[in-house]
Design a protein around this ligand. Structure first.
Ligand SMILES: [Zn+2]
Ligand SMILES: [Zn+2]
Length: 274
């Protein structure tokens, strides 16, 4: 059973609850460790990230919760860093590398805002070609492979967030798959850990986690390392869908997940494997 979630947002970025509330909820949900993964600032105004000048206060707040709950639940100080973020990554226990923004030349858009915005940026930035948008998106993930401080690949196919209800992308198209697999190859070669992320399920957008089953099978074929995370933005979601995510990982052929132990990442057997 998975007892760790390294992907958590609080009131310090775009989450609904305090660090303490989330930590106690994680303990009540049976987790033995919780990592906060603050959204680092973007190079333009954004309401969902930490404001850089608040980083010292935030770091102190995480340390206080960690100390207060010592012996009850282990607390880690992580970051969810976007390739466009300019904030240095020193001082974090671990880093999730995620892409939230897509751009063509000088113009760009958030990728996970609404189905309408998704259709609009495909039309306006990529001439209506979802495949071209997917190529631009996955090229950024490919670039993450070169960032040594990134440990975990966050929500690898976030761009398909609305596809279960509003068809924006064709994840089976040859161009989409080639772009995704190119990025995957680079990230696996760099030994990055891919997360199975249940956050879009808990928030009602999807019935399946990121990455898709098809991509998970490709990851397993490449002997990639995986972890399971909730991308939690509220106390109700700190371990959301973990049993289902673990079952999916086992079904795709994985025998272990990787977890952070305070120093580095270690494999934990799943499904009686290992
Ligand atoms: Zn994210
Ligand atoms: Zn997140």
């Amino acid at each position: 059973m998975i007892r760790q979630n390294l992907h958590t947002h609080s009131v310090w970025d775009d989450g609904a609850n305090s660090l303490g509330e989330l930590s106690l909820a994680a303990n009540a949900a049976g987790l033995d460790s919780l990592g906060f993964s603050i959204h680092t600032p973007m190079p333009f105004p954004s309401c969902w990230t930490l404001q850089e000048e608040r980083l010292p206060d935030y770091t102190l707040a995480v340390r206080k919760v960690k100390d207060a709950l010592s012996g009850i639940i282990a607390i880690y100080h992580g970051a969810e860093w976007d390739l466009l973020s300019t904030m240095p990554l020193d001082g974090f226990d671990y880093v999730i590398g995620s892409i939230h923004h897509i751009h063509a030349g000088e113009r760009g858009s958030c990728v996970d805002n609404t189905p309408q915005m998704t259709k609009q940026y495909i039309a306006e930035l990529f001439g209506g070609s979802a495949d071209a948008a997917a190529e631009a998106y996955f090229a950024q993930y490919e670039a993450l492979a070169k960032v040594t401080k990134v440990d975990i690949v966050g929500h690898f196919d976030l761009l398909t967030k609305f596809d279960e209800t509003d068809h924006c992308y064709d994840a089976d198209s040859p161009r989409f798959r080639a772009a995704a697999l190119n990025a995957m190859d680079a990230l696996v070669a760099a030994d990055k850990i891919f997360e199975i992320n249940t956050g879009a399920i808990s928030r009602g957008y999807r019935k399946t986690p990121y990455p898709s089953r098809a991509l998970l099978l490709e990851l397993c074929r490449r002997k990639a390392r995986i972890t399971v995370s909730a991308d939690a933005h509220a106390v109700s979601d700190v371990a959301f869908g973990f049993a289902e995510a673990e079952a999916l990982a086992i079904d795709c052929g994985f025998t272990e997940v990787w977890q952070f132990d305070g120093c580095g990442f270690v494999p934990i057997p799943i499904g009686g494997g290992g």
